[in-house]
Design a protein around this ligand. Structure first.
Ligand code: MRU
Length: 361
């Protein structure tokens, strides 16, 4: 074993869990502080959950949805009455509030709709508020457990696209930290590792919040996977050298026509991949596919504070008063997408028909 391999094996450790239910509270890993510090936050109110999503202490589409589901549980527990219908109304209000925490990842709205639907069904059956709260918690637990299962299936479906020795480039963090476990884009990397298939992963650092450097590089390194960190502007150079045989990313929302919203910089990567004849894969659960959003033009793109761009390395890195444009996501037109890999299989052109078919079976 080479020194490098020894070092990676020694570093291998249990994956961190982003979101956990703690009996009477939500325990969140503060992803803003990684990899410097592993700090867990105890959240007791929907307001704290809203702030944690908004400030990206928890981030990544599926993890946001899971956290929001537990936020509904915390909110439901604040209802002080005994009336099931009023409890249901209260859950609707809490869900509407949590829905304002971030706009782009559709998993947030998917999870909140599922929690509201479950609350409505439960309230219709009646019972004590304590029992309703317990059953609502079970739904949030199910959302989390299903996400782990779904990510594993995404990995199983994606794995045949990868061969031993392949170079694979990813952007942002669509990893275990962004989901219940395994991640979406990273799921085939973890499954490849389980099966002794060696992939050489390139992780874009992902300006401005550095999810690639702080999170993807960190979690893959912790898992003992061969990962090399790149600045975002190095992807073209690395592709031109022939080091990358596939790009795989996650997504925050797939429109009905197959357009894909993901972390800013994804679109540039897709164009680069096409120019170099490299397949561009998107991995996501069905909960990220939004058939109610016709095209990428209809996906709301979050803009984040200018300070994310003007401050870095613990200091100001741009002149005071400079104009800044800071969209958190971009849209990759479906023409650039080779395939979308879901828990139900791999979807290719024509995306509109094939995505819709996923929901019919
Ligand atoms: O702003 P973030 O960090 O929440 O953005 C995350 C991404 O863009 C991920 O690629 C996406 O949510 C998929 S996570 C499985």
């Amino acid at each position: 074993m080479s020194n490098d391999n020894q070092e990676q094996t020694q570093r291998r450790s249990e994956p961190l869990t982003s979101v956990q239910w703690g009996g009477d509270k939500l325990i969140l890993l503060d992803q803003r502080l990684l990899p410097d510090a592993i700090v867990y936050l105890d959240l007791f109110t929907p307001e704290e959950v809203w702030e944690s999503i908004h400030a990206m202490k928890v981030r990544g589409a599926p993890a946001i949805g899971i956290a929001a589901a537990y936020g509904v549980v915390l909110g439901a527990r604040q209802y002080g009455g005994v009336d099931a219908a009023a409890w249901d109304d209260h859950v609707v209000k809490v869900s509407a509030y949590l829905a304002t925490s971030r706009p782009t990842a559709v998993n947030l709205f998917w999870a909140l709709d599922r929690m509201k639907g479950k609350a409505h069904e439960l309230a219709g059956r009646g019972g004590s508020v304590a029992d309703l709260n317990e059953a609502l918690l079970a739904e949030a637990n199910a959302i989390q457990a299903e996400d782990e299962e779904v990510c594993r299936r995404i990995g199983e479906n994606a794995l045949p696209l990868f061969r031993d020795g392949m170079g694979v480039l990813t952007h942002c963090n669509a990893g275990g930290l962004a989901t219940a476990k395994y991640g979406t884009a990273t799921a085939p990397m973890y499954l490849a590792q389980e099966q002794g298939i060696q992939l050489k992963v390139y992780a874009d650092e992902t300006r401005p919040v550095l999810q690639g450097a702080r999170l993807t590089a960190f979690e893959l390194q912790q898992a003992g996977i061969d990962v090399t960190l790149l600045c975002d502007n190095m992807a073209g150079m690395v592709m031109s050298k022939g080091w990358v045989q596939a790009v795989i990313v996650g997504t925050d929302r797939v429109a009905a026509n197959g357009d894909v919203a993901n972390k800013i910089g994804t679109y540039s990567l897709a164009v680069l991949a096409k120019a170099h004849g490299i397949p561009f894969y998107v991995a996501c659960p069905l909960s990220t596919i939004d058939l109610n959003t016709p095209t990428g033009d209809n996906i709301p793109i979050e803009e984040r504070p200018a300070e994310e761009v003007t401050e870095g390395f613990g200091k100001r890195t741009a002149p005071e008063g400079i104009k800044v444009y800071n969209p958190a996501f971009d849209v990759t037109p479906h023409e650039y997408v080779t395939a979308i890999i879901t828990e139900k299989g791999i979807v290719k052109e024509p995306f509109a028909e094939n995505l819709a078919a996923l929901f019919q079976a």
